[in-house]
Design a binder for this molecule. Structure first.
Ligand SMILES: Nc1ncnc2c1ncn2[C@@H]1O[C@H](COP(=O)(O)OP(=O)(O)OP(=O)(O)O)[C@@H](O)[C@H]1O
Length: 329
């Protein structure tokens, strides 16, 4: 990944004023975006422009205005270089029903320039990675939706890409198959070191597997940030203590230490943001400043001799962005 990270200060994808209209329909509206390595969730309701963006990045659809680079290559002039380095899982069914997954992935690997023997080895490897080792010689027409999505994923990985664009890989999957696919997405990004851009119209689905989230709405960028910044943005900590009158005693002690708390059921919520720094270095699992308030709460409970059952960030959901205009960037 060093070569990807070294490119353009870490940008895997960069767009400037990227615009697409299909006649009267404005699918992308002057989109300025920068996506880095790791797993990026591209979320938005149906029609937000996610598929259009991926197709433009691959050179499958021309943009109307603006520019973009993928892995440092200009989409206007370097389409073949981009497609050589990028794998793509399209949204819609694209699998020939009479062909086995093995033959299909071998074919796709050879199309990308691998000799037959290397293509066979590579196909067996990626089909094993996605969990299709046993079924790989069966015609894909008889596959379940989950197996078809895995075959589409395998062909996206066939030529050892540095970036994969996955368009709604969980579409139509039952909960178990969805979990499996999300696990694969995470492995591709984190274990294989391949940059991943993955779309979903289910706004909260990618929270767990993505390092970054980009939210599109009606062709506009609604928000782009690290997933943990997104989820920690409430700046609220949940505190649960155990013991006689423990919650009230804890609230009084925190107030004496200058920290306001509010009862929520049997718990207290503490406005961590007010007691923390700006959050500008939110590089760890918690936003900047949160560890200090954690320590204060822990020490207060210890001084009072009461048990601290829970101390955790109250996560917001990606969906909240759509209801919270204050979060729009
Ligand atoms: N070939 C096309 N011709 C005309 N309009 C199109 C075309 N493709 C997409 N659109 C329109 O452009 C807008 C963005 O569509 P796009 O498919 O990029 O959204 P999306 O976020 O991927 O949603 P979905 O998940 O439903 O595909 C929508 O209003 C869609 O109807």
């Amino acid at each position: 990944m060093a070569d990807v990270e070294g490119q353009q200060g870490g940008a895997v994808v960069r767009t400037e004023g990227l615009t697409k209209d299909y006649g009267p329909v404005l699918a992308l509206d002057a989109l300025d975006l920068e996506i880095g390595p790791g797993v990026t969730g591209l979320v938005g309701a149906n029609g937000a422009g996610k598929s259009t963006l991926l197709k433009i990045l691959l050179g499958l659809v021309p943009s109307t205005r603006g520019r973009a680079t993928v892995l440092g290559h200009d989409i206007a002039t370097e389409g073949p270089s981009i497609r050589a380095a990028v794998g793509y899982l399209p949204e819609h069914d694209c699998l020939p029903p009479d062909v086995s997954a093995s033959d299909f992935v071998v074919h796709m690997a050879m199309m990308s320039g691998l000799p037959r023997v290397a293509a066979r080895e590579r196909a067996a490897e990626v089909l094993r990675h996605v969990g299709l080792a046993e079924e790989r010689y069966r015609p894909m027409g008889g596959y379940s939706t989950g197996m078809k999505q895995k075959a589409k994923l395998a062909q996206a990985l066939a030529h050892d890409p540095r970036l994969v664009l996955l368009d709604e890989p969980t579409n139509g999957l039952d909960p178990a198959a969805r979990e499996e696919m999300l696990g694969l997405v995470q492995r591709i990004g984190h274990d294989f070191g391949i940059a991943v851009i993955v779309t979903s119209h289910l706004l909260g689905e990618l929270e767990r597997v993505s390092d970054h989230v980009v939210v599109l709405d009606g062709g506009h960028l609604l928000r782009a940030s690290r997933t943990d910044e997104f989820l920690d943005a409430t700046g609220v900590l949940l505190v649960e203590v155990h013991g006689d009158d423990a919650t009230a005693r804890m609230a009084r002690a925190l107030a004496a230490a200058g920290v306001a708390s509010t009862p929520r059921g049997a718990m207290l919520t503490v406005e961590a943001a007010a007691a923390t720094t700006s959050g500008e270095s939110a590089t760890g699992p918690s936003p900047s400043g949160v560890p200090e308030i954690h320590d204060l709460i822990r020490d207060t409970a210890s001084d009072l001799g009461i048990g601290l059952v829970r101390l955790q960030v109250d996560h917001r959901r990606i969906e909240d962005v759509f209801n919270d205009q204050g979060a729009v960037s």
